[in-house]
Ligand binder design. Sequence first.
Ligand SMILES: Nc1ncnc2c1ncn2[C@@H]1O[C@H](COP(=O)(O)OP(=O)(O)OP(=O)(O)O)[C@@H](O)[C@H]1O
Ligand SMILES: [Mg+2]
Length: 493
Amino acid sequence: MGVLILSFVVIVLVIAVRLFLYRTAITLRLKEWGHWVEDRIHVHQTLKVPELNENSQENIFYRKVSTYLNSLSTIEDSDFTNLISGKKPNSVVLSLDDDQIVADTFLGARLSWTNEHINDKINKKTFILKIKKKDKRRILQAYIQHIYRTSEDIETRCKELKLYMNTMTMTSSTSACDNRIVNRWSSVRLSHPATLETIAMDSDLKKKVKSDLELFLKSKQYYHRLGRVWKRSYLLYGPSGTGKSSFISAIAKFISYDVYDIDLSKVKDDSDLKMLLLQTTSRSVIVVEDLDRFVTSNNSSLSGISLSGILNFMDGILNSCCGDEKIMIFTMNNKEKIDQAVLRPGRIDVHLYFPLCNFNSFKTLANNCLGLKDHKLFSQVEEIFLTGATISPAEMSELMISNRGSPGRALRSVITALQINGDARLSSSGKNGMLLPDDTSSVAEDSNVYVMDGSCSVPVVKEIQKLYGLLRMKSGKKVGPSDQFSGSIERSR
Ligand SMILES: Nc1ncnc2c1ncn2[C@@H]1O[C@H](COP(=O)(O)OP(=O)(O)OP(=O)(O)O)[C@@H](O)[C@H]1O
Ligand SMILES: [Mg+2]
């Protein structure tokens, strides 16, 4: 009898352990049985999404469904699926196998997709959606929009960005006299390594720019309701080597937009410029670097382009038909002598000033280039910055990179460069001995303007500005244009 009870207990224990060990698989099986029973009770409808439409052209929705289904987590859990190489180097994506069924849920409804191979006259492949009739009325439209949105997000994230440049080419017409030089776009892969993370920039300002861009991406209806073209334009200005061009690549990658970099010196005249703009696609960044060279009062270096041609390019009627879903970025080294018509909101919505280094940006670059968060020489660097000495981030990062083998040597080379710059400033402004920060950006009287360097707020800046204005008046120079907050997020580090 004792043996009987013992063996019974052992069997129960073994079953309990097996139930515990296989609980996940058992739960899954029970769930599947439950779904199997439920599916027998409800009436279903099947909807087909063929690869080609009746004219044997690609059915765009088929591609959207394919991108969407291949991103579902249920495809990862399925017994078998295909691993296909992705667009980006060394990337792999999951792809549904023939006749594979994948489950999905949306707004509480359970649906399933089958990747069916068929052999009719036109189509080889089709997706078959199986949905309960009672759910179809409730969720189908929203589900289709959900598929479109999700697949577009995935395509944007995975797409290889392109950099387009305008090149002058000869048309090849039959009669030689008709041959003429026209501007064409040629493209390469946008491979600039800069990202918003690698740019030494005040973190608050970086957040402001990111949220400004993210808000823009979601504002299609808002702009159209206002009767405005859905575009936003930025002016990046500041001394040479302060990160303007790098920042453009960083922005393009952040929003996954292609870049059209217009070299105005290669543009023959206003109509050529218009043609170039017409040939750009939406979801792109249109860039004009060193705009100040083309629109300063004397317009010396302008080729056949007129100032009004530039103004209309920036915010003219043409923009209404090909400016939608576009970011325009202009760079300048100095905007003091620029015609106000160029800088007005609508042409330039956001002004971003790229000043020379200060101690904050020095620390960011020391961290990026040398992996240093602190060092005994930091205090000496900070003291030199307080004298007003400064160099560009380009110079500073180069000194650090070329001495990255020895952080101490790198910092000493930065100190030497700053001392040389400090001495040069002292000798050039020796008279009043007053050393002003190199930031020559003018700060508006309006208390809305933000100078984002984390160490000063507007009132203090206003004092410097008044003092600066006084000094400049004495030296006879005009105080520069003031930026309004709605347009400018002034930056300094
Ligand atoms: N703020 C910064 N953060 C990180 N690197 C920077 C920064 N500014 C400049 N650099 C580095 O210096 C080099 C030059 O930068 P960039 O070409 O962006 O300067 P720029 O402002 O466009 O100069 P220019 O006005 O002469 O065209 C790049 O290699 C870039 O990595
Ligand atoms: Mg540049």
